[in-house]
Design a protein around this ligand. Structure first.
Ligand code: SAH
Ligand code: F3S
Length: 482
């Protein structure tokens, strides 16, 4: 934050002086996916230029923003509850204005203003550059809405303000939107069509992070493997590009290679991979570069071919196994995680058993598991009845979670006795005497602090584990420690 204001000072001191008199406080809260957290950093940057400083105290804020998630009904209920709380705070802080950002803003649009009296401003995920105008509107006492989805907007030219940062790991967005139209998913409606960001601006952002001491970058997109830069424009319009544009296009494997080569001591992660879009060249780029972490988040949602088809996941169970086999062959150390949905419409006991047997085959390291939640406007909501009773959904979800728990423990046990490189992120939540970091597989490792510091790469001997955490002791710096 200071940095950006300092830059303003150099560039245009008059503007800054005006804004200094007019310093205002911004409180911002984020829900949902990593992309939302990353977007909030873009929003903080855009508003910093308008004289807003971020604060952790809602009670003193002039502007309170909530970056919302629509992925499941429960996520929306959480936000509604927060708005009730904002209402209570407004009684002691009457100057406070409230804006809703993100997927709920896009889904509900101006309906939000009618439904929630506390809300002054509704801003969709592609409209954040309009925030200065929208804030001016609400300053004048008018409600403000902008939920226009864009074909171009990637925020490639905005340098994010790192919020709640540990100074070690950061997110960098590389694509926005999604074209996959999974029938259960609201994202294509709230985040629009898929477009990729200019690799040059991605490399510059990573360079800036490196210069500021960051050691790990997670490249973000709803579907990173689908990344394709051909000079701008939507992914779906690639076919219409010129021969020249096609010949010089950069795909995800190319981007990974560029980033890992340019910053050999920076660790890279990426999320999320969609099985139908993940190609062998991405796995090979991971094998080629030591600094690309050996971890793939590879949601499958179901193990049943019939359900995969109804979900419009454009691959079969067999094709998924083929991909898993390729990953295991090329990257034997690679961790794999899943997202799973229990109780999609028409799911039978047999379909559910297919999910469990798929899990048994893969033995995932981690998982994010959900009961199906019908989302208004999606194809599934329009065409399929939400017909799996709640108690059955819950029971199937529990069986999936229990199986994942068993596999997670099996996977963490495979690390026992090994020495693994860990990047220290900060103090362990449970003990002040211990550091917490992650190995390449993204498993959390906890060990005594000794003389080591945050941001250092340390070799840790793994002595013990739970299903979620490895416990060990440092045996020295790793060779990656600059
Ligand atoms: N590609 C995205 C996926 C976003 S949604 C990404 O970057 O992660 C994250 C997960 O939420 C999905 O993989 C799916 O398992 C779950 N999900 C999405 N819509 C859902 C719904 N309607 N009900 C239950 N779970 C859902
Ligand atoms: Fe959603 Fe499927 Fe895209 S889960 S974000 S539509 S890959």
């Amino acid at each position: 934050m200071e940095k950006i204001i300092d830059e303003n000072k150099q560039g245009d001191s008059l503007v800054l002086d005006q804004k200094k008199d007019n310093q205002r406080k911004l409180y911002i809260e984020s829900y949902g996916c990593q992309m939302n957290f990353s977007d909030s950093e873009i929003v903080a940057s855009i508003l910093a230029k308008e004289g807003f400083n971020t604060t952790q105290q809602m009670e003193e804020a002039d502007l309170v923003l909530v970056n919302t998630c629509s992925i499941r009904e429960k996520a929306e209920q959480t936000v509604r509850k927060r708005l009730e709380h904002f209402n209570a705070v407004k009684r002691i802080n009457p100057k406070m204005k409230v804006g809703v950002l993100g997927c709920m803003a896009e889904r509900l649009k101006s309906k939000f203003l009618e439904e929630e009296k506390i809300v002054d401003m509704v801003v969709g995920p592609d409209a954040y550059k309009d925030l200065p105008n929208l804030v001016a509107e609400i300053d004048e006492g008018r409600d403000a809405v902008n939920v226009i989805l864009s074909k171009e907007e990637t925020y490639g030219d905005v340098a994010p303000v790192r919020l709640n940062s540990n100074g070690v790991s950061a997110f960098v967005s590389i694509t926005r939107g999604c074209d996959n139209m999974c029938t259960f998913c609201v994202v294509p409606f709230t985040r629009g069509r898929e477009r990729s960001r200019d690799p040059q601006s991605i490399i510059e952002e990573i360079g800036d992070l490196w210069n500021r001491g960051f050691k790990e970058v997670t490249l973000l997109g709803q579907n990173v493997d689908s990344y394709l830069w051909y000079g701008g424009g939507l992914k779906k319009d690639f076919e219409k590009a010129s021969e020249m544009q096609k010949a010089t296009a950069v795909n995800f494997a190319g981007l990974l290679d560029m980033a890992a080569t340019a910053f050999p001591k920076m660790r890279f992660r990426f999320s999320t991979s969609n099985p139908q879009d993940m190609t062998l060249d991405v796995i090979e780029a991971m094998a080629k570069h030591k600094n690309i972490c050996k971890y793939i988040h590879l949601p499958v949602q179901s193990g049943s071919n019939r359900i995969l088809k109804a979900m419009n996941r454009l691959h079969t169970r067999e094709e998924y196994f083929e991909l898993i086999d390729n990953i295991r062959r090329i990257l034997p150390e690679c961790a794999i995680s899943q997202d799973m949905i229990a109780g999609f419409p028409t799911e039978t006991e047999e379909d559910h058993q297919d999910t469990l047997s798929l899990m048994e085959y893969v033995k995932y390291d981690f998982g994010f598991m959900f009961a199906y939640s019908e989302r208004p406007g999606t194809l599934a909501a329009r065409k399929l009845e939400d017909d799996v009773p709640e108690d059955i959904k819950k029971r199937r979800l529990t069986e999936i979670i229990n199986m994942q728990q068993k596999h997670s423990l099996y996977r963490t046990q495979q690390h026992l006795g090994k020495v693994e490189e860990v990047l220290i992120e900060g103090p362990s939540k449970k003990s002040d005497a211990h550091w917490m970091g992650r190995n390449t597989q993204n498993t959390v490792v906890v060990f005594p602090k000794e003389h080591y510091k945050v941001g250092e790469f340390v070799n840790v001997k793994i002595n013990d584990c739970t299903s979620a955490t490895l416990l060990g002791e440092a045996v020295g710096y790793s060779e990656n420690n600059a």
